[in-house]
Design a protein. Structure first.
Length: 668
């Protein structure tokens, strides 16, 4: 329990509280700075005061907590785009040209190549304005002369906000980008609209691409090559959709993104390999320095992607803690790494990979020793096997609530997957690390890839077999924020109970289970209102929910929006939605690309314009006299602009989904 009482837990708790406060409330930066200054002054005073006291000074502890909450809030607010005066979101009017640097290439979508840009300047009538901010550039597939990381380019100023998807239970792409400090997107018709400047900076992403090219020249098969690039270089763009689904179904999707697992395996191997150095004078220090150099060299080869940098930083602290030969030092090393990473970049806390990585590590540190002590195998081989099982259960236990909240599925065979895959993964990483180093210096002989290819083939085969056992994959599990919080309440009280055996924690643990059950029952039997929704989606989806029945224009469970809504509302039946329908004692008309309608005496509350119908809106309004127009996001932009002008002229209210988000009408 000593590590649980550590000051580092409290430091992180206060800092994270301040970060969450800043993300959820609009705080004035100047007031925060003033409060932080006052807090620091009183903290210094209380520190010197506490040194003269015989007993613990509670005022000092309270003051420290307040200062750290303010520090977290200030660091977060300071990094927010709205508090940066030269950020692109504050750009006044549309400029002629923007200058930007290509930071990295993202995984392409079905229609677009995607590039992350850092805006550097804006030009208008020979005047230059310095601006900053990240932008996600989209170029249609089939485009020639694609940009490369490190390129400096000029592009037209057509920046827009990402489309908001605020459907209940849906994935909000704009929020996903915002959580990575990407406030604007750009869609170009082709790369011909780009102008490449002669200046090109060195890019770690370019180094990674060079290594990938050297590997490709050795003729490794496509599926094995795609997995190798993901495991060792963080390049996942070539993994097929089906292969990715297989790994997700088997509970092994986490190995496709370089994270704490990969860096942790590498750290353990290096610690074992360099152990003889400990016999030298100051050998432990030399060993630790070499481990840190190799870890960060690996991060360099992967292009310094954010997930690798986070993992390398965390395990750098752990490597230092390991050399102190005390488990409490390792725990504190993890907590110190968490503190400084969040202080340097508070936005990390919003990223799923960051949350899962640290939860898995804490789960292993706190749960694994207790699970391992349940069984004492008589043989070394069984001891290794049980160790692997206990680590897998501990990590899974810690991340289970968050996994259910984000992904809504649970792989029942995760234990079998880990037992079979982790040993193979360890060999692949160690073997592959050597291959990548040789490939980076163009010294890789082809025969070395043969064994690596066979190992990858075996791993893919195991994943395929486990993923094919669909009865053990529980999908579409509704899991709300309340369930998430109560589930982690159970885990926190379980940890306290395991380490203290106090009766109050027994009562708290049992009560937390009761609370979780009550929340689950309320979720199960809650009465959601009937709803009409027009999604903010380029497929122009319109759905009507009546009790547990769903009527939709895009009758497909393969669509993620439909899947999410289907799961959250426990839909039992789906039907096609006609062009004319009634809802909540009101009539509605859908006008699609066919543009078919018949003037009638029926009064329509709203007309939904979708799929860019060729209509005379003035005549439509005159003949139908609707109360409101709903303009979906998938219509041609020119059509949307023209319809909005017509509606304003006719004094008809309209809801432009591309601007206002999903149209949601509830009927109780």
């Amino acid at each position: 329990m000593k590590s649980l009482n550590s000051i580092f837990f409290r430091l992180n708790f206060y800092l994270i509280s301040g970060i969450i406060l800043a993300f959820n409330f609009s705080l004035d930066l100047q007031i925060l700075a003033l409060l932080l200054f006052i807090g620091l002054a009183t903290f210094v005073f209380s520190f010197f005061r506490s040194r003269k006291l015989v007993f613990d000074d509670h005022w000092f502890a309270i003051n420290m907590g307040i200062v750290l909450v303010l520090l977290g809030a200030f660091a977060t607010s300071l990094s927010m785009p709205e508090h940066l005066p030269d950020h692109v979101i504050h750009k006044k009017g549309q400029k002629q040209v923007l200058q930007a640097k290509v930071l990295e290439e993202w995984k392409p979508t079905e229609k677009y190549f995607r590039y992350l840009l850092e805006i550097e300047a804006a030009y208008e009538n020979h005047q230059t304005e310095h601006i900053q901010g990240k932008v996600l550039l989209h170029l249609p597939k089939g485009t020639d002369s694609l940009p490369q990381p490190g390129n400096h380019i000029l592009l037209p100023d057509n920046l827009t906000k990402a489309v908001i998807n605020d459907i209940p239970g849906g994935f909000d792409y704009s929020r996903f980008l915002k959580n990575q400090k990407i406030e604007r997107v750009s869609y170009l018709k082709s790369s011909a609209e780009l102008f490449y400047l002669p200046k090109t900076d060195f890019s770690f992403q370019s180094l990674r691409k060079k290594v990938i090219k050297n590997l490709e020249n050795k003729g490794l098969k496509s599926q094995e090559s795609a997995i190798l690039k993901a495991l060792l270089l963080g390049e996942r763009s070539e993994i097929s959709t089906q292969l990715y689904k297989n790994y997700a179904a088997a509970g092994a999707v986490h190995i496709l993104a370089i994270s704490g697992l990969h860096i942790g395996i590498l750290l353990l191997f290096l610690n074992f390999l360099l152990k003889p150095l400990e016999k030298l004078k100051r050998g432990k220090i030399l060993k630790t320095i070499l481990i840190l150099i190799i870890l960060w060299f690996f991060a360099l080869l992967t292009g310094f992607s954010p997930s690798v940098v986070r993992a390398a930083a965390m395990f750098s602290f752990i490597a230092i803690g390991m050399q102190l030969n005390r488990k409490t030092r390792v725990v504190q090393s993890v907590l110190v790494s968490l503190f400084f990473l969040l202080l340097l970049n508070p936005y990390y806390i919003l990223q799923v990979g960051f949350q899962l990585s640290y939860l898995a590590v804490f789960g292993i540190i706190l749960f694994e020793p207790k699970i391992e002590n349940l069984v004492h195998p008589p043989h070394k081989a069984l001891e290794y096997f049980w160790k692997l099982v206990s680590v897998s259960i501990a990590a899974q236990l810690a991340i289970l609530p968050l996994s259910l909240y984000y992904f809504h599925q649970f792989p029942g065979l995760f234990l079998l997957t880990n037992i079979l895959i982790i040993p193979i993964l360890a060999i692949l990483l160690i073997y592959g690390f050597m291959v990548v180093i040789l490939a980076s210096f163009q010294l890789l002989p082809g025969f070395l890839l043969v064994g690596l290819g066979e190992l990858l083939k075996v791993m893919n085969w195991i994943i395929l077999k486990i993923a094919s056992m669909e009865n053990f994959i529980w999908k579409d599990i509704p899991f709300s924020e309340l369930q998430l919080l109560s589930a982690y309440g159970i885990l926190v009280l379980l940890i306290l109970l395991l380490y203290s055996k106090s009766s109050r924690f027994v009562i708290g643990f049992l009560f937390s289970i009761l609370v979780f059950q009550m929340i689950c029952l309320c979720q199960l039997f809650r009465n959601t209102p009937n709803q009409l929704l027009v999604f903010n989606n380029y497929n122009d989806q319109i759905i009507l929910k009546k009790q547990h029945q769903l009527l939709t224009r895009q009758f497909s469970l393969y669509d993620q929006n439909i899947q999410n809504y289907h799961r959250e509302n426990r839909i039992q039946e789906m039907q096609d939605l006609p062009n004319t329908f009634s809802f909540c004692e009101e009539n509605f008309l859908i006008l699609d690309s066919a543009a078919l309608y018949t003037p009638s005496e029926v009064h329509f509350k709203a007309i939904i314009l979708t799929n860019s119908p060729q209509i005379n809106l003035d005549r439509l309004i005159f003949e139908m006299q609707p109360d409101e127009l709903i303009i979906s996001a998938g219509n041609y932009p020119a059509f949307q602009d023209r319809w909005k002008r017509t509606a304003l002229k006719a004094k008809i209210p309209f809801h432009a989904i591309a601007e206002k988000g999903a149209y949601i009408l509830n009927c109780h």
